[in-house]
Design a protein around this ligand. Structure first.
Ligand code: C2O
Ligand code: CU
Length: 471
């Protein structure tokens, strides 16, 4: 049965409140302490059937953390779910023991305390399961949530603000249901699970009532495999793409706003934009997906409504209060790494004998999966290659923010990619990308991988080690 479009309101994940304040034994500083329980729950999403899910605090997406830069946090993740898990805070340079290593499993009935320094600049992060062979199924079943870091420099810009009010999380995913309303499982699939039902914040094709004014929209692709090419159009003139400003990417604000009419969003990526609804009072503005394999960059199959994401119903009445927010022409000085000119490593993302590999190595090949020793504190260029036309790979490096230096293939580096720092880059079909990062601050062994979660689970993941110091 087909689901109605734009029929249910967009849910906003609740804000996570700390349980208490504890003291950092070394510095004496306050640490906000949170507890999150990972547990099964049911929800009626598709038709009348009950869908079994597993989520942080029993909701999906999980609650949103709102944290100030420099405010340390400890989150106790209590596993009351039927399977082992590991939590990664994506966008945080966490110390290795708290980074959600795929084999650092918290078993059912156990808990683990994760420490996050939150020293990086304001940005949209997200937390999600990272357990080996389980990441796809666990994220799909609900183990994903947003974590928003604010800082005074960004607050001073007077961008549209107020979580859930004019600053809106849009966590996009794509799933597939059985006729009885249960989720079609990703288990046993070692290729990709595309899904034909597009969700935002856990609700298929929702709508949101907005005022005719500016909104900050925080987009996150939390889908297992599907990537998007997003654009806005009014219901009445649905082929005319409306321009808007991209203001931030994975690592926070861009140097200046990048105006665009279309935004690629692959798995794990975040982009923030300011959309001005003021000219559309009384109209419907739709968020749509270009589909057709995402404009030829991906291989994602299209279904009846995978070209639609959600609808904004713009009120015919003036805003409740005058909209004094603005998008300044300069957003911040982005801390780009000092340029390096040599390529230090080449990594080829491929399928070898039916298995997803990096330079022919799979993550379960424990003896060989450490693919780079990177002296801590140095800048390196890595060349990422996808020589195949049959699949694409969003590549995520843990620990660092990188600059996308160059792209070869059908696309060039896009302005909204080059004006900020990233932690995921979408390697489209037959593309080569060069990324440059400052490998700091912590020593340790960190993962890098494809963020198509099926590819990651089977087995397109490897590690690098920043323990060594430069000579
Ligand atoms: Cu969003 Cu290694 O993950
Ligand atoms: Cu991949």
């Amino acid at each position: 049965p087909a689901l109605p479009l734009y029929d249910q309101p967009l849910p906003i994940p609740p804000v996570k409140e700390p349980k208490m304040i504890i003291t950092n034994p070394t510095t004496g500083e306050d640490i906000l302490y949170y507890e999150v329980e990972i547990r099964p729950f049911t929800k009626s999403i598709y038709g009348s059937g009950n869908t079994s899910l597993v989520g942080y605090d029993g909701i999906a997406p999980g609650p949103t953390f709102l944290v100030e830069r420099g405010q340390e946090t400890v989150v106790r993740f209590i596993n009351n779910s039927p399977s082992g898990n590991s939590v990664h805070l994506h966008g945080s340079p966490s110390r290795a023991p708290f980074d959600g290593w795929a084999e650092d499993i918290t078993e059912p009935g156990e808990y683990k305390d994760y420490y996050y320094p939150n020293q990086q600049s304001a940005r949209t992060l997200w937390y999600h399961d990272h357990a080996m062979r389980r990441t796809a199924e666990d994220v799909y079943m609900g183990q994903a949530g947003m974590y928003i870091l604010h800082d005074p420099a960004e607050d001073a810009l007077n961008l549209p603000s107020g979580y859930g009010e004019y600053d809106i999380p849009l966590i996009i995913s794509s799933k597939q249901y059985n006729d009885d309303g249960t989720l079609f499982s990703t288990e046993g699939n070692t290729d990709s699970v595309w899904g034909d039902v597009i969700h935002v914040n856990g609700q298929p094709w929702p709508y949101m009532e907005v005022e005719p004014r500016k909104y900050r929209l925080r987009l996150l692709n939390a889908a297992v495999s599907r990537s998007f090419g997003l654009y806005f159009a009014t219901e009445a003139r649905n082929t005319t793409r409306i321009p808007y400003d991209v203001i931030a990417s994975d690592a926070g604000l861009l140097s200046s706003p990048a105006e665009t009419t279309q935004l690629y969003l692959s798995n794990g990526e975040r982009y923030e934009l300011v959309f001005d609804f003021s000219e559309y009072a009384g109209q419907n503005v739709d968020l749509l997906n270009i589909a057709r394999s995402v404009g030829g960059i991906g291989v994602d199959p299209d279904y009846a409504n995978t070209n639609k994401v959600m609808r904004f119903r713009v009120s015919p009445n003036p805003p409740q209060e005058e909209d004094t927010s603005e998008v300044p022409s300069e957003l911040r000085e982005v801390p780009f790494p000092t340029p390096d000119t040599t390529v230090d490593h080449v990594f080829r993302f491929a399928r070898t004998n039916g298995i997803w590999t990096i330079n022919g190595v799979r993550f379960s090949d424990v003896a060989n999966r450490l693919l780079a020793n990177v002296p801590r504190g140095t800048v390196q260029r890595w060349q990422l290659e996808n020589n195949n036309g049959g699949w694409s790979h969003p590549i995520h490096l843990h620990l660092v923010d990188f600059r996308i230096v160059a792209r070869g293939g059908a696309r060039r580096v896009l302005p909204y990619e080059s004006q900020g720092l990233k932690d995921v880059v979408w390697l489209g079909v037959r593309e080569v990308v060069i990324v440059e990062a400052h490998y700091a601050p912590y020593p340790g062994v960190y993962m890098f991988h494809c963020h198509n979660l099926i590819h990651e689970d089977f087995d397109m993941m490897a590690s690098f080690n920043t323990t060594v110091l430069p000579e």
